[in-house]
Design a protein around this ligand. Structure first.
Ligand code: NAD
Ligand code: TYD
Length: 350
């Protein structure tokens, strides 16, 4: 019987992973460990949080005795580790928060797994979810492969790169069974409105400026979050232990082109005259150390495990906009800060 600890399950990607595992695998016990920072929102899971195979633990990765308790109490057999500080702009303001959670928190988790998984290590897996940003920036051509040397440029990507190295080192040094995936930029429902796409959807709804950094010609490779969750499921079950897989959609967009597509789709859905939202585009001061281009070569996961994205960007973006327009309460709760009350309401006795 699997008892899977999913860390960061109240966040954007984590909530999709928790939902997928809870609904698709009723025989697995899913334990969502999350300390609920500003980015953690239990409302993201309100549709499944009464499921008999789901449990929530409000625990900080920095709290070693509590991690021990969770491993013991739930008989954790596997880990899917998503909890992290995840926003580049915040890492520029407060790098140490990223060192603590992303590096020290990951090492604490590795130590807990090492301590509690004593017999038959082949029955266990620690799956570390990472980012393509560890590879640094690309020029106009080429792709990140699993062999690309790490070259992180922001405090966020440096902290994720370090955590990847620790996971690999625990595999080499202590035979801890692990797998790492490095994924490109995600988008979709439940994305916190500080990141480009949900921020701009919210600003278009509120008729606020759309702040495009620098010349707007930075390129990202966008993947629909449900396709990332599906990839995580495939790698969890079929990935080669000790391996790394890049996950991406072969879907590169320059920021300004993406923003113009978003404006067009929003104007159509809101019944605005064409060009209305384009008028909100405002070029602002660039982000320091801004990586010019990311692009993932996802051939390995496709060839070895048969995974590929299921939707085009236009379809995924349209579904995402519809979700935000139909869930204005969720968005309002975030922008007003009310979502932080949800935990007290639902788990008032802990
Ligand atoms: P997120 O910021 O939306 O969620 C992170 C979650 O981790 C939150 O629920 C937060 O409360 C929790 N958390 C933070 N610090 C914690 C701590 N000390 N202890 C316990 N819980 C803590 O992040 P996301 O965008 O869902 O990203 C999830 C993972 O995927 C991260 O590891 C990130 O590096 C990686 N990733 C993200 C993207 C992307 O585009 N968002 C792309 C590739 C990889
Ligand atoms: P972001 O969503 O923060 O993801 P990441 O930095 O992890 O790639 O940003 C995506 C791109 O959009 C990145 O090139 C920075 C740019 N950007 C803006 O131009 N304006 C904004 O307000 C934000 C948040 C991002």
């Amino acid at each position: 019987m699997k008892s899977i600890l999913i860390t960061g399950g109240a966040g954007f990607i984590g909530s999709h992973v928790v939902r997928l595992f809870v609904t698709k695998f009723p025989s697995y016990k899913i334990i969502n460990l999350d300390v609920l920072t500003y980015a953690g929102n239990l409302e993201n899971l309100s549709d499944i949080d009464k499921s008999p195979n789901y449990a929530f633990e409000k625990v900080n990765l920095l709290d070693v005795p509590e991690l021990d308790r969770v491993f013991l109490e739930h008989g954790i057999t596997d880990v899917i580790h998503l909890a992290a500080e995840s926003h580049v702009d915040r890492s520029i303001e407060a790098p140490l928060d990223f060192v603590y959670t992303n590096i020290v928190g990951t090492v604490n988790l590795l130590n807990a797994a090492k301590k509690h998984w004593k017999e038959d290590l082949s029955k266990h897996l620690l799956y570390h979810v990472s980012t393509d940003e560890v590879y640094g920036a690309l020029g106009a051509t080429g792709f990140f492969t699993e062999e690309t040397p790490y070259h992180p440029n922001s405090p966020y990507s440096a902290s994720k790169a370090s955590s990847d190295h620790f996971v690999r080192a625990y595999g080499e040094t202590y035979d801890l069974p692990f797998v790492i995936t490095n994924c490109s930029n995600n988008y979709g429902p439940y994305h916190f409105p500080e990141k480009l796409i949900p921020l701009f959807i919210n600003n278009i709804i509120e008729k606020k400026p759309l702040p495009v950094y620098g010349d707007g010609l930075y390129t990202r490779d966008w993947l629909f979050v449900k396709d990332h969750a599906r990839a995580i499921e495939v790698v969890f079950h079929k990935g080669k232990p000790g391996g790394t897989y890049n996950i991406g959609g072969f879907n590169e967009w320059r920021n300004i082109d993406l923003v113009k597509l978003l404006c067009k789709q929003m104007d159509e859905k809101l019944g605005n005259p064409a060009g209305t939202s384009d008028n909100l585009i405002t070029y602002v001061k660039d982000r320091p150390g801004h990586d010019r281009r990311y692009a993932i070569d996802a051939t390995k996961i496709n060839k070895e495990l048969g995974w590929e994205p299921s939707v085009t960007f236009e379809e995924g973006l349209s579904e995402t906009i519809d979700w935000y327009l139909n869930n204005k309460k969720w968005l309002n709760n975030i922008t007003s800060g009310d979502y932080q009350q949800y935990y007290n309401k639902m788990y008032h006795n802990r």
